[in-house]
Ligand binder design. Structure first.
Ligand code: ADP
Ligand code: MG
Ligand code: ZN
Length: 487
């Protein structure tokens, strides 16, 4: 399968490296708060994360557990021995002059995840490794100076590296979206790309279609959104295709994605690539991961999005599309399941609930830019509202208004319906009487209608709705009017 059918002769080879910040209470090797946002710069710091001489690191057990959890969710082998190593380089945001990472003995390796391939079937992407390391401080480049905030220094980071199994920019995007969902389901990272809690780098090369040898790869950095990933990879593949077409050699370089200009820009040549002089961290013991610990963590794994999606189809009878939309966000999926369970008790099928959640509820969340967890509409309340509409106790239109008020006040739907007098008048006897009175009072309109001016029927409809303050069932009114007026 070729990257560009028009050119036809090359295959795209892509591997991804993703860093994600873990959601621990304290930093990776010290007791400083890991709450990176909102704190005054350089307040979550101590001798360890500022690299003062003589300060000693202690590994965060929770971070190790979260890394193992990620490894398990990505079908990795968990190594019984993992070793922290020093990765040496100089940079102002790296006070120790080295980063504590993992090198030849990572915590997890040889995993895989499936994405949807070009033909709609599952496409497997192998995970090379998942390891644990510490974040650097954050630099702020101003016009005449650079500021550095050490609150981020020493936050726990996981790095997830794939084999070069990805074959198109779209597959890369899908892999990342799927990975974000997994990290969020596990509750180990916010995986928010805009906030830098999930960062990715892509390695890209081309090779002649059918060839088994790999071409020279280019590393693309500064990809801050899924859109940027897709655009940058598309651009870079095109650039390499053209270079190869001109019989030029692709040079091994690191590129940055320039969002504004929509192009990749060379940052440094990789030929003289840095030697990090890795060696085992002498201040930390090697990690001995006992198998019973791994099994305990495996037993605590939540239901993963793929499994839940299948369950929504098989157990709840949802369409595959609705199921996939609902599982995108674990909180939404939980909310749906609770609402559907409450609705079933009222004999409302889950698909009706799915329609409400993906329709009116999503609209509400979007308008309020809110999370489902902040919503005042409880699953039980929504199920009750859906039942009121489904049983034709109130109109669909009133239903939407009640939902708005539930979201604003958190009050139960029954109370709102009662107070606003929204119970629909479908009692034909009452309507019968109202319509008879109207007909008697407007003989001219009746004549006009019967002479063939059909729009008069709409006018009568309007009169009935006004007389009933909008509570009449339009279907019932229409058939009653036709019954009485049509000759
Ligand atoms: P480096 O030592 O430069 O970091 P690695 O071999 O460790 O390179 O691989 C880093 C990432 O690049 C991995 O995700 C891997 O799958 C990917 N990769 C390796 N070779 C290629 C290639 N020829 N084309 C595209 N991606 C590649
Ligand atoms: Mg690398
Ligand atoms: Zn600290």
């Amino acid at each position: 399968m070729c990257y560009n059918p028009a050119m036809g002769e090359y295959e795209a080879i892509i591997g991804m490296e993703v860093h994600a910040q873990l959601l621990t209470r304290s930093k990776m090797f010290c007791g400083c708060s890991a709450e990176a946002f909102g704190a005054e710069p350089n307040t979550n710091v101590c001798p360890v994360c500022l690299a003062l001489p003589g300060a000693l690191p202690v590994a965060n057990r929770r971070a190790v557990e979260q890394t193992i959890t990620v490894g398990l969710a990505l079908n990795c082998e968990i190594n019984e021995t993992a070793v922290f190593s020093r990765k040496n380089y100089f940079y102002p945001d790296l006070p120790k002059g080295y980063q504590i990472s993992m090198y030849d003995f990572p915590l997890c390796q040889h995993g895989w995840v499936d994405v949807e391939g070009p033909d709609g079937e599952a496409k497997r992407i192998r995970i090379r490794r998942v390891h644990l390391e510490e974040d650097t401080a954050k630099s702020f480049h101003m016009v005449e100076q650079t500021l550095v905030d050490f609150n981020r220094a020493g936050l726990p980071l996981i790095e997830i590296v794939t084999e070069p199994d990805i074959r198109s920019p779209e597959e890369a995007r899908q892999y990342l979206v799927g990975l974000r969902t997994v990290l969020r389901y596990l509750g180990v990272s916010s995986a928010d790309m805009e906030k830098g809690a999930m960062r990715c780098e892509a390695n890209v090369s081309l090779r002649p279609a059918g060839s088994v040898e790999m071409g020279t790869k280019v590393e693309v950095k500064n990809l801050n959104s899924f859109r940027a990933v897709k655009q940058a990879l598309t651009y870079e593949l095109e650039r390499q295709t053209q270079a190869l077409g001109r019989k030029e050699r692709v040079r091994q370089v690191t590129m940055g994605w320039d969002e504004v200009r929509g192009r990749t820009v060379e940052q440094r040549a990789k030929e003289e690539s840095e030697d990090y002089r890795y060696f085992p961290e002498p201040d930390l013991p090697r990690l001995h991961v006992v198998p019973t610990w791994v099994e305990e963590l495996r037993a605590e794994l939540p239901e993963m999005p793929g499994v839940l999606q299948e369950r929504l189809v098989s157990e709840y009878g949802l369409s595959p599309i609705d199921a996939s939309v609902l599982v995108d966000d674990r909180n939404i999926a939980d909310y749906f399941v609770k609402t559907a369970d409450a609705a079933v008790e009222r004999a409302i099928p889950p698909q009706i609930v799915a329609n409400w959640v993906t329709g009116d509820l999503f609209r509400l969340l979007k308008a309020r830019e809110g999370q489902v967890s902040d919503l005042k509409v409880t699953p039980a309340g929504l199920a009750e509202l859906i039942a009121l509409v489904e049983r034709k106790k109130i109109t669909a239109r009133s239903g939407k208004a009640v939902l708005e008020e539930m979201a604003a006040t958190g009050r139960p739907p029954g109370e709102i319906v009662e107070e606003r007098g929204l119970s629909k008048i479908s009692d034909e006897e009452v309507l019968d009487q109202i319509i008879d009175e109207l007909i008697a009072a407007h003989p001219d309109e009746v004549a006009t209608y019967q002479a063939g001016k059909e729009t008069v029927l709409q006018w009568f409809m309007g009169q009935v709705m006004r007389a009933t303050r909008g509570k009449a069932d339009p279907q019932v009114v229409l058939s009653l009017l036709q019954e009485k007026l049509d000759p």
